[in-house]
Design a binder for this molecule. Structure first.
Ligand code: NDP
Ligand code: OXD
Length: 312
């Protein structure tokens, strides 16, 4: 039983070690562009990947499952994958906890105006600002999946006024749920702090643009922890410069690493993190990965299965 590991972002040796503890019989092979180390392609039954080379996975005739090293699967293109092989994305409690922290931290940053206090500190200005109550602060989460629903529930526990938007209708206790194109304008109109936790699909690409930003109330803030192309960069800069949007926290970008000449780096109303909202940690992520391998070996499908037509 062999697994092919292919990722430029993840440490193969760390993954080899943690997988060996869970599945001692697993033969761990690391992708190399020339095919060295891979051995006989017929041995490969599992592929654990982030951004594999186009078409590369079609070379393995006995592949049983493709396991994503990330929650998002926009690094995979259905056209490049072998037909009929299940693809599972990563759902890891450690990844979920990391995202929860990121969303709560930046929500509180805007809610409690800590950016303004940092600026006042730099100017040695002693001035208290009015303090709003969480009950009156409206936070809107785009995407109510594993990460969005978790963040929504924890913000609700902090007594924020939380809404969410998804493709299909949802019921989450304490969260006002909107869905579909018809629900978007209402959702945005009620959102002072907008958190994007959508998957990147043709429908969600460019969703944070001049039109949707204008639907947010004056002074709203943006937190994008999903994917860079959800945002139309120039539209966001314009909305920040006009003052309609007070600030944005961006973890993800069209090009990563963010090019050094990109306007986001120097923008006074933008906080940046380097795709670090929640980093996949092999020590926790190995459990769902190993569980999926066991499931497939037992004749079951890996979970959660990706609908490659929908793109998530
Ligand atoms: P899920 O697949 O569990 O959830 C996706 C959610 O988005 C679902 O609620 C889905 O609706 C909704 N959605 C999808 N398409 C649309 C649409 N067209 N209109 C409205 N809602 C839509 O994903 P996760 O929560 O696990 O992850 C979300 C994303 O977060 C990942 O795809 C990834 O890009 C990003 N991510 C970023 C990380 C970082 O460090 N920056 C780390 C991990 C993930 P429905 O429920 O109806 O299907
Ligand atoms: C993911 C990511 O999708 O790290 O898991 O962005």
């Amino acid at each position: 039983m062999a697994l092919l590991f292919s990722s430029k972002n993840d440490d193969p040796e760390r993954w080899r070690d943690v997988l060996a503890q869970e599945l001692p019989d697993l033969d761990f092979r690391i992708w190399t562009p020339g095919g060295e180390n891979i051995g006989d392609p017929a041995d490969i039954e599992f592929a654990l990947v982030w951004g594999p080379k186009k078409g590369a996975l079609k070379a393995f005739p006995n592949l049983k499952a493709i396991l994503s090293l990330g929650a998002g699967v926009d690094h995979l293109d259905g056209k490049d994958l072998p037909e009929g092989i299940p693809v599972a994305r990563l759902v890891d409690p450690g990844l979920t906890r990391g995202m929860r922290e990121y969303v709560i931290y930046w929500t509180i940053h805007y809610h409690r105006r800590f950016g303004e206090y940092a600026a006042a500190t730099a100017a040695k200005t002693w001035q208290q600002l009015p303090q709003a109550d969480t009950c009156n602060r409206r936070v809107g989460i785009m995407g109510l999946g594993m990460l969005g629903a978790d963040a929504a529930m924890h913000l609700t526990a902090l007594q924020f006024d939380v809404a969410g938007w998804s493709r299909s209708p949802k019921t989450i206790p304490g969260v006002t749920c909107y869905n579909g194109d018809d629900g978007l304008a209402d959702f945005l109109g009620h959102t002072e702090i907008l958190v994007c936790l959508l998957p990147l699909t043709p429908e969600t690409t460019g969703i944070i643009n001049t039109k949707t930003l204008a639907q947010l109330p004056e002074g709203a803030a943006i937190i994008n922890a999903a994917r860079g192309p959800h945002v139309v960069d120039d539209d966001l800069i314009q909305a920040l410069d006009s003052g309609h949007i007070q600030g944005a926290t961006l973890d993800v970008f069209h090009i990563e690493p963010l090019p050094s000449d990109h306007a986001f780096w120097d923008h006074p109303k933008i906080n940046l993190t380097p795709h670090a909202a929640s980093i996949t940690t092999p020590e926790t992520a190995v459990l769902p990965v190993a569980q999926n391998i066991r499931r497939v070996l037992a004749g079951q499908t890996p979970e959660p299965l990706v609908d490659m037509d929908a793109g998530y």
